[in-house]
Design a protein around this ligand. Structure first.
Ligand code: AHR
Length: 516
């Protein structure tokens, strides 16, 4: 072989080797000096519907209960939510919102009429938890209420009067009624949803019809006393892009601040959703792949919104998201009670990383739901309470709230089982007001530690701290017998060398790394 040709072949081999080494490596470049968009803390929001044991038994036990309570609210759950610093809480539904008549839930509890919760188990709702109970709870836990009005079976007058009852600080029939019921000052609530899933349980409307209804409801949803309402239109069911298009076309931008979007992660089919705690590795990856698709979903809806609202004034409000599995055996199918494993922790981590990425358009998101329902952060059993793996991820991610989103570039190896394949790492990076860089990393690989090489650009790194949520297995969970199988802990397996940070990311883990 001629020397020239040999040299050429050797160069080609070296280039191929180099390509292999660089692509095979797990690498992350974080640009700490490149960020303009704030990650709205409301992306870390929650949702409490009158559904199963979410409100009754989960949040509210009533003042005469044996469960330790403060004015009827469970003390343990209250403290857990205070500790988590939840930015907002959506209430009273969900599907329940469109059959809820708020006037049934005010005044002396003994005189409140009862109703049937037709959507959720057909149980009797005694209305003992109403407007005052919800708003006082929100105040106690330091969160912003987000109220959904009834469009499906209510009226413009009913919603308009609810807003007057809650927010008006003058002489008016509704303000007088509020005072008579013990609340002198208005609550000044900002976030209002106009109906829920109006394409389905909220009234089976067409988008054209709903857009007109929205305009009527929004017209009579008044700003009182300088409290400017943030009005949220009932948005699409996951991939229904036409719904978004019609609403954006027909609702003037000055009448709508947010547009909701619902996306549930369902493994298998709606008819056969699989168990929350028992699954194969292939099903595990299927769940995470479906959760990851919210990235494409947001991009698609956002692209439509860009056509009408290029300045991104109207926010996507992802006010229902999370996993939806079969209910736990022996529980009421209408109560949607499911356990929560490390798989759910990964769904939460991946989803929150994606919401952060779209922070310019995603102004709020609400996990479904808070206590004892779907991907709950808290489970209760009589006097007892556990925090789920999902709770711990939200706890870990606190530094991202109100931080500046940073740009990053990630090269990750893949993990595959059966026909499922996904990148093993998912990352989000942000910068807090004090200059600390926050990097959240999920390694979804069930059993492989990943050595991640992080190049820190635009920061003189001096100090690194980290915390982790992990467990022995992807199906590990906290039970009432073993409450701390999955919890948050300090993490030390990293090495900083000037602007290079090497992290040994354990299998099946979620990390928050903070660089100063
Ligand atoms: O979160 C449970 C239900 O899912 C909600 O009530 C409804 O909006 C959605 O279909």
């Amino acid at each position: 072989m001629k020397t020239g040709r040999l040299k050429g072949l050797m160069l080609l081999a070296a280039a191929l080797l180099l390509t292999f080494v660089t692509t095979a490596q797990n690498r992350l470049i974080v640009n700490a000096d490149q960020g303009t968009v704030t990650i709205n803390r409301h992306i870390y929001g929650h949702f409490a519907e009158h559904l199963g044991r979410n409100i009754y038994g989960g949040i509210w036990v009533g003042p005469d209960s044996d469960v330790p309570n403060e004015d009827g609210y469970r003390k343990d759950v209250m403290q857990a939510l205070i500790d988590l610093e939840i930015p907002n809480l959506r209430w009273p539904g969900g599907c329940f919102a469109d059959e809820y008549h708020w006037t049934d839930g005010i005044g002396d509890p003994a005189d409140r009429p009862k109703m049937v919760n037709t959507h959720w188990g057909g149980v009797t709702e005694d209305n003992s938890f109403g407007t005052h109970e919800f708003l006082n709870f929100a105040k106690k836990i330091g969160t912003e209420p987000y109220i959904t009005g009834n469009v499906g079976s209510g009226s413009v007058e009913e919603m308009s009067k609810w807003i007057e009852y809650i927010n008006f600080d003058g002489v008016s029939p509704m303000a007088e009624l509020r005072k008579k019921n013990g609340q002198e000052e208005p609550w000044n609530i900002k976030y209002w949803g106009v109906g829920n899933e109006s394409w389905g349980c909220g009234g089976n409307m067409t988008p054209e019809y709903y857009a007109n209804e929205y305009r009527r409801y929004a017209t009579f949803a008044r700003d009182y006393g300088g409290n400017k309402l943030y009005k949220i239109a009932g948005g699409a069911n996951d991939w229904d892009l036409n719904w978004t298009d019609v609403l954006m076309k027909n609702i003037p931008l000055n009448m709508m601040d947010g547009l909701s979007l619902h996306y549930y992660t369902v493994t298998g089919t709606w008819e056969n959703k699989g168990k929350a705690t028992e699954f194969t590795k292939e099903e595990y990856l299927e769940t995470l792949r479906k959760a990851s698709r919210v990235d494409e979903l947001i991009t698609k809806h956002s692209t439509i919104m860009d056509k009408y609202d290029p300045e991104k004034k109207v926010g996507i409000i992802l006010d229902e998201w999370g996993t939806w599995f079969q209910v736990e055996p022996g529980t009421n199918p209408g109560f949607l009670y499911q356990q929560n494993t490390m798989r759910d922790a990964h769904v939460a981590a991946i989803s929150l990383n994606i919401f952060n990425k779209h922070a310019e358009r995603v102004h709020m998101a609400n996990l479904a739901q808070t206590v004892n329902v779907l991907q709950a952060i808290i489970l209760t059993n009589e006097n007892d309470m556990i925090l789920t793996p999902t709770y711990h991820v939200f706890d870990l991610y606190k530094p991202h709230k109100d931080a500046t989103l940073l740009s990053h570039h990630l090269i990750s190896e893949e993990v595959s089982f059966g026909k499922e394949k996904l990148e093993a790492l998912s990352v989000s990076s942000s910068k807090s007001g004090d200059g600390t860089v926050n990097i959240s990393i999920a390694n979804i690989h069930p059993d492989k530690k990943i050595d991640l090489d992080v190049a820190l650009r635009g920061i003189e790194a001096k100090n690194v701290t980290a915390q982790i949520v992990t467990a022995a297995s992807i199906d590990s969970y906290n039970s009432f017998d073993k409450k701390d199988v999955v919890k948050k802990a300090d993490f030390k397996d990293f090495k900083l060398n000037k602007d290079n940070l090497k992290i040994a990311v354990p299998a099946n883990s979620v990390l928050m790394v903070r660089v100063k």
